[in-house]
Design a protein. Structure first.
Length: 296
């Protein structure tokens, strides 16, 4: 309840808490199905880690479900808990947030009759600040993107017949559920390493280009520890050498990371290695050691 209160006051009012009268599980609902449905539609899952959480089979099951369906996971330490006693799937992959240790404290009063008496809960302010930054980086809500974009302060929000671009993420609305499903699918693909393609299908004019460019792509760019979205390719009649072909996309991707690689150099690299993988690995190497970002 204290974390939910903190989320509310910091700009994340759309959260799911099972005991909430308005947003939680209502009488007559099947609680297991309600929790699974909530996990499916959420942008991120926050796990409040304590010895009680560690020892509860249902809590572990919820964590494994979130991991299985590709959710962004936040492990939040709210009581002293030995890290080596936690599931390896949590500690080896996800950076935890420590709300236990710290002299500067944030106090929150909670009350929920008859379950929770009036109680003051204290968290480390340094940990809350780290959590705030992590949620901002992970946020897919349109409000987490600037408008107008810094690169085009006079940009108009209505593009006519043109598709919306990454710069328009702040004014792209109405596809939140589809964006969540797309991000979940891509994270699951990266985790399992089996499928290599996600296809977006829809009628002409339904908004596929805008969904990709202003929906998925800017949000993948925020998750730069796992994804490296390349400039969009439109093959035309020359998929490699065209103005918006693969070589132009890779040239731009190298340039944004400080590597001066000409389009001709890119074409030579593609021919030399005989496949795209080699060029992508070189591009991935520019992100620094330990990066898992996959060019897409």
């Amino acid at each position: 309840m204290a974390i939910a209160q903190w989320l509310q006051t910091n700009g994340w009012p759309d959260y799911y808490l099972d005991i909430s009268p308005e947003k939680g599980i209502s009488p007559g609902e099947r609680w297991q199905e309600a929790l699974k449905a909530a996990a499916n539609r959420c942008e991120a899952v926050l796990f409040l880690i304590s010895p009680d959480w560690r020892d509860a089979p249902w809590c572990l099951a919820e964590f494994l479900l979130a991991k299985q369906i590709g959710k962004k996971v936040f492990g939040i330490l709210i009581r002293p808990t030995a890290l080596d006693s936690l599931p390896g799937e949590l500690t080896t992959e996800w950076q935890l947030c420590n709300l236990v240790d710290g002299e500067q404290r944030k106090e929150l009063r909670v009350h929920h009759d008859p379950i929770v008496p009036s109680t003051v809960v204290s968290f480390a302010e340094a940990g809350l600040e780290r959590l705030r930054n992590g949620l901002k980086r992970a946020g897919i809500d349109a409000s987490s993107f600037p408008w107008p974009p810094d690169t085009d302060l006079q940009r108009v929000p209505y593009r006519g017949l043109k598709p919306l671009e990454s710069e328009d993420a702040a004014v792209f609305f109405g596809r939140d559920a589809a964006i969540v499903r797309g991000l979940d699918a891509l994270r699951t693909m990266l985790e399992r390493g089996v499928e290599g393609m996600l296809v977006i299908v829809g009628a002409s004019g339904a908004g596929k280009s805008s969904f990709l460019r202003a929906g998925l792509w800017p949000r993948l760019a925020k998750d730069d520890n796992h994804f490296l979205p390349l400039p969009v390719i439109r093959p035309g009649r020359a998929v490699i050498s065209g103005v918006t072909g693969l070589a132009a996309s890779l040239e731009a991707a190298f340039g944004t990371r400080g590597a001066q690689v000409s389009r001709a150099n890119v074409r030579d690299k593609l021919q030399a290695v005989g496949r795209l993988d080699g060029v992508c690995k070189e591009l991935q190497g520019l992100l620094g050691p330990g990066s898992r970002a996959a060019p897409c």
